[in-house]
Design a protein around this ligand. Structure first.
Ligand SMILES: [Zn+2]
Length: 454
C-alpha cells in the first residue's frame, strides 16, 4: 500500500457540496483514495511526506472535450482566419496523414499540457481514421495515457458521410458504418471499465451531424446503451451547422438529435452555442450535458453559449479546451479564465463567479462523465488533485482568495504538483513519467512530416 501525506496545507479548496475551504489542514492518500482530511494527521509508514504550508490544494480539473491529435496542427498560418467549415476543409487533408506514432505522441503532448495545468481527467474525441492506416489508432491513445498517468475517457469518434454523399470530410478520412460499429464494440470489450475509479473508459462519439450518417448515429447509441457506455458529439456549434441540418433534415440540430434518440443523461454535446430557451429547457429536463468550450468558440467566432441560463435551469455543464487547432492550447486554468471573462462580458457582472467557473471544471465534469469519485476533495474519493504555490510573483499582493487568484492573477498557469489516482505525475513543476524534451522534439518532427505530406 502506498501512502502520501500532505501536511499543513495553506488552504484546501474542497469543492464539496458545502464549498468548504480548509486552512492549515492535512490530507492523507492511501493507494488511489483520499482517506483522511484533518487539521493534524499523524501516520506511520508513509512513503512520501510533502510540506504543504505554502500550497493551495485544488481538486483535479476535468476536461470534457478535446481532440489531442490537433496539437500537431495548431497555429497553422492558413487556418487562422477561417470559421468552422472552412477551417475543417483546410485541415482534413493534413489530418489524413495521422499515423499510430502521431496519435501516441499527440496524446502525450496534450496530456502533458493538461497535467501541468492541473487537469487530471480528460475526455478526448478521436475521429480521424485515414484509409491507409491501421484502424486501431485509438489504442495508441490509451498506451500514451497510461504511460503519462492521466485518467482518460476516450471517445471513439467517427466520420462516415463524405463529400460525395453530401457530408463535409473528404473520402480518405471516412469509414463505413460497419467498420465503425465493429471497432466500437472491440474497444468497449477491450478497454471500458465501468467501475468507480476507472482510469479507462470508452464513449461512442460520431463526430457531428454533418460528417456521419443517420444510421450510424442510431446504431451507435443502440450499442452504447446495450453496453452502458456514454455518447458524445458536436452539436449547435455554429450557424452553418444549424443551416446544414435545417436544409438536409428539415429541423433544428437538437430536434434532429432527439429524433435519433440522442438525448438523455448518458449523452453530452460539445458546444451547445446555438440553442434557444426551449431547447435549453429540454436539456435540463432530460439531464443531457454540455461541454462548454469558450476559447474555441471565441477563436472560431462561433458565438457564446448561454451557460448562465443552462446552469440556472440545471443543465449539466462541464468545461473543455476543445481541440488544440481551435484553441491552440490544452490549458484548463486559462479556459476557466476565458469562461469567466466571456460570460462577464456577454451576460453581465452577476452571470458567473470565479468559484462558479471552478465548479464547471470540477463538479460539472464529474457529473457529465459519470465519475462521482472525482471533482472534489473528500474522504473516500479519488486522489486526483493539484497544488500551486502561493509564493509566486503573479499572486503577490493578492492572497485573499485562491480560487479567484488562479483565474484572475498569476504569472504562469503551470502548477507545482499534480496527483492522479494517487500517483504524483507532476512534481515541482516537472512531469515524472515522461521526458518532456523528447515529447517536444518528436511532436515537432511529426507535425512537419504531416504538413509536408498533405
Ligand atoms: Zn471539438
Amino acid at each position: 500500500m502506498s501512502k502520501i501525506l500532505i501536511k499543513n496545507l495553506k488552504e484546501i479548496i474542497t469543492m464539496n457540496d458545502n464549498r468548504e475551504r480548509l486552512k492549515d489542514s492535512s490530507l492523507l492518500i492511501k493507494d488511489n483514495k483520499i482517506v483522511k482530511i484533518a487539521k493534524n494527521i499523524e501516520e506511520k509508514n508513509v512513503d512520501k511526506v510533502i510540506d504543504g504550508s505554502k500550497y493551495y490544494l485544488f481538486p483535479g480539473l476535468i476536461n470534457t472535450h478535446h481532440h489531442f491529435y490537433q496539437t500537431l496542427t495548431r497555429n497553422l498560418p492558413d487556418a487562422q482566419q477561417a470559421e468552422l467549415f472552412e477551417w475543417l476543409k483546410y485541415l482534413y487533408p493534413i489530418w489524413a496523414n495521422l499515423s499510430p506514432e502521431a496519435v501516441y505522441y499527440s496524446t502525450l503532448l496534450a496530456s502533458a499540457e493538461l497535467l501541468k495545468t492541473g487537469c487530471t481527467t480528460a475526455s478526448d474525441q478521436f475521429y480521424v481514421f485515414p484509409k491507409n492506416q491501421p484502424d486501431n489508432l485509438l489504442d495508441y491513445q490509451f498506451d500514451a495515457a497510461e504511460d503519462i498517468g492521466i485518467r482518460l475517457h476516450a471517445c471513439r469518434g467517427s466520420m462516415s458521410l463524405s463529400e460525395k454523399d453530401g457530408g463535409l470530410p473528404p473520402d480518405n478520412v471516412v469509414q463505413t458504418d460497419k467498420e465503425i460499429i465493429d471497432d466500437s464494440l472491440r474497444l468497449i470489450e477491450k478497454y471500458h471499465d465501468s467501475s468507480p475509479f476507472a482510469m479507462k473508459r470508452i464513449v461512442l462519439a460520431p463526430c457531428s451531424p454533418f460528417s456521419v450518417t443517420e444510421d450510424l448515429m442510431i446504431e451507435s447509441i443502440k450499442l452504447a446503451r446495450e453496453y452502458g457506455v456514454q455518447c458524445h458529439t458536436h452539436l449547435a456549434e455554429t450557424k452553418d451547422e444549424e443551416k446544414y441540418v435545417q436544409d438536409r433534415f428539415g429541423m433544428r440540430p437538437l430536434a434532429y438529435m432527439e429524433k435519433l434518440g440522442w438525448i438523455g443523461e448518458d449523452v453530452w454535446y460539445a458546444h451547445g452555442v446555438h440553442l434557444n430557451s426551449k431547447e435549453i429547457k429540454k436539456l435540463a429536463e432530460t439531464k443531457t450535458g454540455v461541454a462548454h468550450c469558450p476559447v474555441s468558440n471565441m477563436k472560431l467566432s462561433s458565438g457564446a453559449a448561454e451557460v448562465p441560463e443552462m446552469i440556472s435551469l440545471g443543465v449539466p455543464v462541464g468545461l473543455a479546451v476543445d481541440g488544440s487547432a481551435s484553441n491552440d492550447s490544452s490549458n484548463m486554468i486559462l479556459e476557466m479564465k476565458a469562461a469567466f471573462l466571456m460570460h462577464r462580458l456577454i451576460h453581465g457582472m452577476n452571470s458567473i463567479t470565479a468559484e462558479g467557473v471552478l465548479s464547471l471544471a470540477t463538479n460539472g465534469g464529474r457529473d457529465i462523465l459519470n465519475q462521482p469519485v472525482i471533482g472534489s476533495l473528500e474522504e473516500g474519493k479519488a486522489a486526483d488533485m493539484f497544488m500551486i504555490s502561493s509564493e509566486r510573483l503573479g499572486f503577490a499582493g493578492g492572497l485573499y482568495d485562491p480560487v479567484s487568484a488562479i483565474i484572475n492573477t498569476g504569472d504562469s498557469q503551470e502548477v507545482d504538483y499534480t496527483i492522479v489516482n494517487g500517483e504524483i505525475v507532476v512534481e515541482n513543476g516537472k512531469l515524472t513519467n515522461v521526458d518532456e524534451k523528447e515529447i517536444i522534439s518528436r511532436t515537432n518532427e511529426i507535425s512537419k512530416k504531416m504538413i509536408a505530406g498533405s
